[in-house]
Ligand binder design. Sequence first.
Ligand SMILES: Nc1nc2c(ncn2[C@@H]2O[C@H](COP(=O)(O)OP(=O)(O)O)[C@@H](O)[C@H]2O)c(=O)[nH]1
Ligand SMILES: [Mg+2]
Length: 279
Amino acid sequence: MFHLASSLYTQYTKREQYNVLILGLDNAGKTSFLEHIKLLYPSATASPSDKKSNSLTANIKNENTGESNDNNNNNNATESNAQRSTTSILKSKRILPTVGQNTTTIKFEASDKSSPFASQFKNINLKFWDLGGQRSLRNMWSRYFKQCHGIIFIIDSTDTERFQECYETLIQIAHDDSWLLSGENDNPETNGDYERTIGLDGTVNVPILMLANKQDLPQAVDLVSLKTGVFIKLVSELEATDSKLLPVSVLENQGLKESLEWLVTRLIYNKGNKVPQYS
Ligand SMILES: Nc1nc2c(ncn2[C@@H]2O[C@H](COP(=O)(O)OP(=O)(O)O)[C@@H](O)[C@H]2O)c(=O)[nH]1
Ligand SMILES: [Mg+2]
């Protein structure tokens, strides 16, 4: 009886984990994105006593300004208040260029809990990998493809000179040979060769969320111009891929939750293809 109850409990509380790579050229805003996500969602690795304190309302001491978010504050703070506080916390952080990798696991939750779609977002963890974007580090990315369920590709919408490089980098990701390999194959018939597990077209089989970042800056290229400019070719190139380009400002917390919700919907939809890990 105890075993039945305990297995039912485990079944009910079990969480799906999706691994998401944050890619893009250096200076696009990848690390800032991850830092802001950490402020917006509760950590999945926090100790039980931290469980209730969403990082948004946790006692984060702002070193530069001395501001702190009071844990006793009303948790029902309005969205605009929440937006202001995470934005000011982020702005006070000093984010250095990433050399290795940053990883974080969050508990995903719907921004509108009363929405009929909120229930599908239950019990989902997202593990993010923020990898260095300098040219020399980009050839390391493919090592992570086998384990990943989705990609967030961040574009600096003000860096027009490097749009072409962005485009080429994305195309390279989508056609990387690693998508064809599922790992060592035990099947003796194939002689230990790698097994082909995805679509025969040889393109990436995970959703790609492209974020046109820094939309708060006046010189940022808007979404329509981006789509009709150099990125127009992406539409046909990524045709077989589940992808979307959305405008955001990581620094100002514009469009972050909405874009993540698009991604999570697609991760769930794609789970027959890429099975999540369970914890
Ligand atoms: N104005 C503005 N600056 C941003 C935004 N996102 C990131 N940045 C800035 O862009 C620079 C590079 O950010 P970082 O996160 O280190 O980029 P990474 O190299 O891709 O990890 C930093 O100075 C950030 O403050 C944004 O949405 N708006
Ligand atoms: Mg970085």
